[in-house]
Ligand binder design. Structure first.
Ligand SMILES: Cc1cc2nc3c(=O)[nH]c(=O)nc-3n(C[C@H](O)[C@H](O)[C@H](O)COP(=O)(O)O)c2cc1C
Ligand code: SF4
Length: 648
């Protein structure tokens, strides 16, 4: 008996047989051309996911009414017949691998900005989205009819391009959702007020698509709960789902949240696996057509159980597929240790909001599907490399060099691999970083890389073993500002706290540095019932951090009554007391049982300066080159294999 037999059992949507219950959720990639045309990069990205075994791909939100309805730059357009050829290439490439393919039809309504579109956003009512804060123009009846026509035309283009179906994006606070929800629809005409009126926009589109393209499957992505006051809730959404089923819709893709309640649509790392599948389960009880449920899914056994217990017919997974396009095949083959785990850092969606291309922290291959000589094992096997340091950069470098055929030795001064990942995985809700570390360690073990633990590297090692390439990934060192008293006993580093070298319970603790590290250590210390203050020179806390995780983290600090001291810095430390000055010239003495330095890291590059004097082929990567986080570290580790010559 196969382990995940429910997940890999075929099922129908309408008359379309889908090979398994796994759906790749629609996700804006930013890989389309600037004019909204399909690009090669976009095709390669989806092709890799189709090759990876997913049953149904719902291609990202494609705009039916550009520029007014666009959400970001480089978003797919589906508003003109000239886009059909490119879309056809995309659909064909996905279908070639046995995956089925829908495309999502999208209009942003008020959840966009004139800085993206060049025009004032439009909406059912002139009510600004609290996050965007731009008052939209109320649509006239004539304009509503025109937008309906755009959706119907777009469905026609999708049909001509060979898509199996289309999905109407009626969720996440975009235009159709704005009509459905009393929270954003204050109209007094036939498109506002009663549920029947609020549904009119959606129903007119649905009926016309069903009538015009009976061979095209139709799914609706619906918010089963908006999670905003006065917005759609379970009861109303079940009512809507029933009416959609009666109107001939083939599947309901159950989602939730709007920009305003954005932590409920693309969750930060604190949310539990599958926490909102109950929404799909409730809808499923009322319908005969298939439902698609998900949100924060990645665990195969759990996904299998959701299908087996009939809580949902299909599971959607989003970020899991950004991080590893081969997730489905690896699960089917029961190779879970080979899955590159998503750490829910949300760098991907953060890029989206900035109008940038999708980029994955853990997977440098995302968006570069054909970009590596990685796949060509073309190094002469006599080529050898030494990699120093087994953090994310070092482990990835060792792996990619080994994949190309080099003989690789990895030196690690500590007793275990992982570098900064060991520390970074300790604060609350950061445990997925340990999963990433364990994945990399597992791959290293399988790869034939020679690992030397408890083995600091120094240049004398070159005498016995003279590698062709020396890759230095020595990481970084914590910065401790040189101010009076900074080395006193009660002053600790992040490592002292997170590794519990000092146990801190019910104490007054001052954290010097309010970047993401300082805020995360505060979150950690809150668990011990400590009273905390965070001192930060800048204007805001956790400045560089991705927005959703930041909002979530700062909510927890606020709940824990952590004192925020921004535009301030530590000036002097004496026994049990810390002198703080602010930028207005004020100062304050704060009693503290402990001070924790969270003042950042600096590259550990001393070895590099020495090594390049004695070796011809020295590279420095990761934090040892420039402190900038896991994404750059892993990318540089990957790219190093591209930079070396096949033969010396
Ligand atoms: C980068 C990114 C882009 C997204 N774009 C879309 C989109 O185009 N349409 C949509 O309905 N949802 C979009 N979403 C939401 C996902 O489809 C999915 O519902 C969400 O990520 C939660 O699922 P997950 O935890 O499996 O990632 C996007 C999410 C991400 C991370
Ligand atoms: S960028 Fe982060 S959240 Fe997005 S898929 Fe990659 S690991 Fe997951």
């Amino acid at each position: 008996m196969k382990k995940y037999s429910a997940l890999f059992s075929p099922a129908y949507i309408g008359k379309l047989l889908i090979k398994n219950r796994i759906v790749m959720a629609p996700m804006l990639s930013g890989y389309a051309m600037a004019d909204g045309e399909v690009s090669e990069q976009l095709i390669d990205y989806y092709e890799a996911r189709a090759r990876g075994g997913v049953g149904l791909i719902i291609v990202e939100a494609a705009c039916v009414d550009s520029p007014t309805g666009r959400e970001t730059f480089r978003q797919l357009n589906i508003n003109n017949p000239r886009f059909i050829a490119g879309l056809e290439g995309l659909a064909q490439q996905i279908k070639a691998y046995g995956s089925r393919v829908f495309i999502q039809l999208f209009h942003a309504g008020r959840q966009t900005s004139s800085s993206f579109t060049g025009v004032q956003p439009v909406a059912p009512s002139p009510l600004a989205c609290p996050m965007i804060k731009e008052i939209p123009r109320e649509l006239s009846i004539t304009e509503i009819k025109e937008i309906e026509k755009s959706f119907i035309n777009a469905a026609g283009y999708a049909f001509m391009a060979g898509f199996d179906g289309v999905e109407l994006h009626a969720a996440h606070g975009y235009l159709i959702n704005q009509f459905l929800s009393s929270h954003s629809n204050a109209r007094k005409d036939e498109y506002g007020g009663t549920l029947e009126n609020r549904m009119r926009f959606l129903m007119e589109i649905v009926e016309k698509i069903k009538e015009s393209f009976p061979g095209l499957l139709l799914s609706v992505r619906l918010n089963i709960d908006d999670f905003v006051p006065g917005g759609l809730d379970l009861q109303e959404s079940i009512e809507i789902s029933r009416k959609l089923e009666q109107a001939g819709v083939d599947a309901i893709d159950c989602s939730s949240g709007t920009y305003e309640s954005g932590l409920k649509s693309i969750e930060p790392s604190s949310y539990k696996e599958g926490w909102r599948v109950y929404l799909a389960a409730e809808v499923k009880k009322e319908l005969n057509i298939p439902v698609i449920g998900g949100g924060m899914l990645s665990n195969p056994a759990f996904c299998n159980q959701l299908v087996k217990s009939k809580q949902t017919d299909f599971v959607f997974l989003g970020r899991t597929f950004i991080a590893d396009g081969e997730w489905a095949n690896k699960v089917r083959e029961e190779r879970l240790e080979d899955i590159r785990p998503c750490i829910r850092c949300n760098n991907c969606i953060d890029n989206n909001f900035k109008g940038l291309m999708l980029d994955c922290t853990v997977n440098p291959g995302t968006g570069r599907e054909k970009g590596f000589s990685y796949y060509a094992k073309n190094l002469s096997d006599s080529i050898s490399a030494v990699v120093v340091g087994s953090g994310p950069a070092g482990m990835q470098a060792a792996l990619s060099l080994r994949e190309r055929g080099a003989a690789v030795t990895l030196y690690e001064k500590d007793e275990k691999m992982g570098g900064l990942m060991n520390l970074a995985s300790i604060p609350p809700y950061k445990y997925r970083i340990a999963l990433l570390r364990d994945y990399l360690i597992g791959q290293i073990k399988k790869s034939g890389v020679d690992v030397l633990l408890n083995h600091p590297f120094d240049l004398e090692e070159l005498q016995g073993k003279n590698p062709d390439y020396l890759i230095l990934a020595c990481g970084s060192q914590a910065v401790v500002p040189q101010i009076p008293g900074s080395d006193m006993d009660f002053c600790l580093g992040l490592r002292d706290v997170l590794e519990r070298r000092v146990e801190i319970y019910n104490k007054d603790v001052l954290i010097a540095g309010g970047g993401s590290n300082g805020c995360e250590v505060a979150d950690f210390l809150l668990q011990g019932g400590n009273r905390l203050a965070v001192v930060e020179q800048g204007d805001i806390l956790a400045m560089g951090m991705e927005k959703k995780n930041r909002r979530d983290l700062l909510n927890r600090l606020e709940k824990g009554q952590v004192r925020k001291m921004i535009r301030s810095q530590v000036i002097e430390i004496t026994a049990g007391q810390v002198l703080i000055a602010d930028k207005q010239g004020g100062w304050e003495i704060i009693p503290a049982d402990y001070l924790v330095w969270a003042a950042g890291f600096r590259p550990d590059n001393d070895l590099y300066f020495r090594a390049q004097k004695v070796h011809n082929n020295v590279f420095v990567i990761g934090d040892a080159f420039q402190v900038s986080g896991f994404k750059d570290a892993i990318l540089q580790g990957q790219m190093i294999a591209d930079m070396i010559k096949a033969d010396l």
